[in-house]
Write a protein that binds this ligand. Structure first.
Ligand code: MOS
Length: 739
């Protein structure tokens, strides 16, 4: 048998976990059934800032079925006041009842545990808190006077400049300078956060909805002051993460504290309303972007200044201005980040944190510049095409954005666009075409995987990673099958458990790029072990053959140039007495540090705006992406389509509205916090330009989880301008702003 290219990698394999998900067999954190399980409900603060001066729990404690009311009055003292594990991104500043301070509205102040969920809800309603209030910080514009620079943004400097801004300003012939606003947003995965905590002596098991099982283990162990080995975290299915499940929030540790105190397993589900406060969200941003260009459209300078809110007890920065450090060829630039403390919960990663917001501001500014120069927005981007990252000077590892622009523009019919705003119409509807560049950095971290042969000739391959709906189970099955030389149906991939070899957070779009190389290495090792086993085995037709002459393909292990001389893996496995397994680790390549590592895309949208009513529809999005090599054409396309839908949501719908008097998000439910439904989404046409990035990773893959949301808000905003002649810089673009 010759080695033909029958690679399963890239094929549009159906999700291996699809049948479990569609039949209810997939078990999510809140669905584990444990004997003696009791139920916890959080009680949240009703003021934004102050102290709890009296917490009356007597009625709650006397309520039927109530086993415990945990609060600052009876909570055990934790090491370092509960901040022993404070090390973002996983370890966040939590509310663990170590004091009576209130820092934001909907901060956890008590947990009621009861024998049934209903009893816990009833008990929670009877907890009575009295507060000494202090003046909250809720007016962003007023608090801006105290804006400050954060120490760092996850290892990156908050401020970065290059070139000579003075020279750039002198060289510029055309300028734009505007402020762009994005609102607070809430993640709202379909599955809210949920934790079940069960103690067995000193050993704690957590069933948790998380993007990072080992991060939860380490953070909870350290916070409670127990050994890491005494904590196990299990999370086989996650109903959406979007960043909020990348850190450990208060409820996880509180659930473990309650379980220890009542001596029974405890389940705590964060309800929909509670998703708006204690578990992060996207901060509001105000971004000034100023661009200067020569008459021919070449950029002379870029200035990108972000101001965003954080809480008053932890710095978290939306890294919006970072995109302007790499997007275009521009000799001079300055990018800055400033924080404003508000009496809110601490914000966090949300769907392309930094990029989604920063890209919106930069890409609308580019559109404004194109109109000021009377240049086609696509031509302006091509004229400033970057081959290097501006602030570091590093070349891109693999950049094929030009191909994205070409393919997407062609599929969209960009050449049909009239240059003048408000010049395309279909009856009452104004038609607008808009475009923007998409981008997201390629991240990768160290990961481990294990592969083992089962006696029936199938394989179990494992890594302590997560599948947050992205398709990790499926794509890792493909990578394993390819490396082993067996059909994917012979491989079972397992993840979501700290008992498995460790893998990084499923955030920053890094799971596939980090875990796949480890899976591939473990499976290749195991394949070599199988070959060695067969050639040593007197009962095998391969006995005595040099291992280098033997291959495995389609589950058949045989001499490469005489495939009839071989046997099935199943036959071989039946004779193997010792368990065969291999473990491998894969880490980012030092060589890759020479490069700027980014994915790119080009997004084109058509909007239709009702001229009388201001109703905006997006019938068509066409996008092409340079995301390295897709591991599965189908799940990759789904990821990007999903991202694009979130981009539409960002542009037109999402807005967590805070009551300026009390700091409470008033639309804390899915009826009033709007996200798109099927009827809001038209055609979403996604293609890949398909250039493997081997400088980044041995499989040539970069992440695709988050890039889909980027570019879309700006493209829609630009299309609305093109349709109406109205430049709106304040998201979401709702019809009232057009009237
Ligand atoms: Mo993503 S917001 O980095 O989980």
């Amino acid at each position: 048998m010759t080695t033909t290219d029958t690679s399963i990698i890239g094929q549009p394999l159906d999700r291996t976990d699809g049948p479990l998900k569609t039949t209810g067999g997939a078990r999510y954190a809140a669905e584990f059934r444990l004997p003696d399980l009791c139920h916890a409900v959080m009680v949240l603060s009703t003021i934004p800032r102050g102290r709890i001066v009296d917490l009356d729990t007597t009625r709650a404690e006397a309520s039927p079925g109530v086993l415990l009311v945990l609060s600052h009055r009876n909570a055990p003292s934790l090491p370092e006041h509960g901040r022993a594990a404070f090390k973002p991104p996983a370890g966040r500043a939590m509310s663990l009842f170590q004091d009576d301070d209130v820092h934001y509205n909907r901060q956890p102040i008590a947990v009621v545990v009861a024998d049934t969920f209903e009893h816990a809800v009833a008990g929670a309603a009877l907890v009575d808190a009295r507060y000494a209030t202090e003046p909250p910080m809720l007016d962003f514009e007023r608090e801006r006077a105290h804006a400050y620079a954060p120490k760092e943004i996850l290892g990156k400097p908050p401020d970065a400049g290059w070139g000579d801004m003075g020279a750039g300003e002198r060289a510029a012939e055309v300028r734009v300078d505007a402020v762009y606003a994005t609102p607070m947003q809430s993640h709202n995965p379909l599955e809210p956060h949920a934790t079940i905590a069960a103690w067995d002596g000193d050993h704690l098991t957590l069933y948790d909805a998380t993007q990072y099982v080992s991060g939860v283990r380490d953070t909870v162990a350290k916070t409670l002051g127990i050994a890491t080995d005494d904590v196990r975290v299990v999370s086989p299915f996650v109903g959406g993460g979007f960043g909020c499940k990348g850190s450990v929030w208060s409820h996880v540790v509180l659930c473990a504290m309650c379980a220890r105190k009542v001596g029974r397993p405890v389940k705590l589900v964060v309800d929909r309303t509670q998703m708006f406060g204690p578990v992060g969200g996207r901060p509001l941003t105000r971004q000034r972007v100023a661009l200067g260009a020569r008459q021919d459209g070449t950029l002379a300078y870029v200035r990108h200044e972000l101001v965003a809110n954080t809480s008053d007890f932890e710095d978290w920065t939306e890294s919006s201005a970072v995109v302007s450090r790499m997007m275009y060829k521009c000799p001079n630039g300055i990018t800055t980040h400033r924080l404003v403390k508000l009496s809110t919960g601490t914000p966090t990663f949300q769907r392309a944190p930094g990029e989604a917001t920063g890209n919106f501001a930069l890409e609308v500014a580019m559109d404004e510049l194109a109109h000021a120069l009377a240049l086609d927005p696509l031509i302006l981007r091509l004229r400033n095409y970057a081959e290097h990252e501006a602030d570091t000077g590093k070349p891109f590892s693999s950049k094929h954005l030009r191909e994205c622009y070409e393919q997407a523009a062609q599929r969209f019919g960009w050449s049909q666009r009239s240059a003048v705003p408000r010049s395309m119409r279909d009856g009452r509807e104004l038609i607008g075409f808009g475009m923007a560049t998409a981008s997201y950095p390629a991240h990768r971290m160290r990961a481990k995987a294990r592969a083992a042969l089962s006696p029936d000739g199938t394989f179990v391959v494992q890594s302590g990673s997560q599948d947050i709906g992205t398709g990790t189970y499926t794509v890792m099955t493909q990578v394993a099958a390819d490396a082993l030389g067996v059909p994917p149906s012979r491989v079972r991939f397992e993840l979501g458990d700290t008992h498995l070899p460790p893998a990084p957070v499923s955030g920053g779009s890094m799971t596939a790029a980090s875990v796949a190389p480890a899976v591939q290495a473990a499976c290749r090792q195991l394949r070599q072990m199988l070959i060695a086993q067969a050639t040593r085995d007197g009962s095998s037709p391969l006995h005595g053959v040099a291992p280098s002459r033997v291959g495995v393909d389609g589950g058949w292990i045989a001499v490469r140039d005489d495939p009839s001389r071989g046997e099935t893996i199943a036959a071989l496995a039946g004779r193997v007495s010792q368990p065969l397994e291999a473990t491998a680790e894969a880490a980012p390549d030092k060589e890759a540090e020479r490069y700027a590592l980014h994915s790119f895309g080009a997004v084109f949208v058509e909007v239709r705006v009702d001229d009388d009513l201001g109703v905006i529809r997006v019938p068509r999005v066409v996008a092409a992406y340079d995301i390295g090599r897709p591991l599965n054409e189908k799940t990759a396309r789904s990821q990007l389509q999903g991202g694009i839908v979130w981009g539409m949501s960002f542009a037109l719908l999402e807005d967590a509205v805070m009551d300026a008097r009390n700091g409470r998000i008033v639309n804390a439910n899915l009826a009033e916090y709007h996200v798109p439904v099927n009827a809001d989404v038209g055609t979403v046409d996604v293609t890949f330009v398909d250039f493997p990035d081997y400088a980044f990773n041995p499989l040539g893959i970069r992440g695709i989880g988050e890039i889909g949301i980027t570019g879309v808000p700006a493209a829609i905003c630009n299309a609305v301008y093109h349709a109406t002649g109205r430049r709106l810089r304040d998201l979401p673009i709702t019809l009232d702003k057009l009237l």
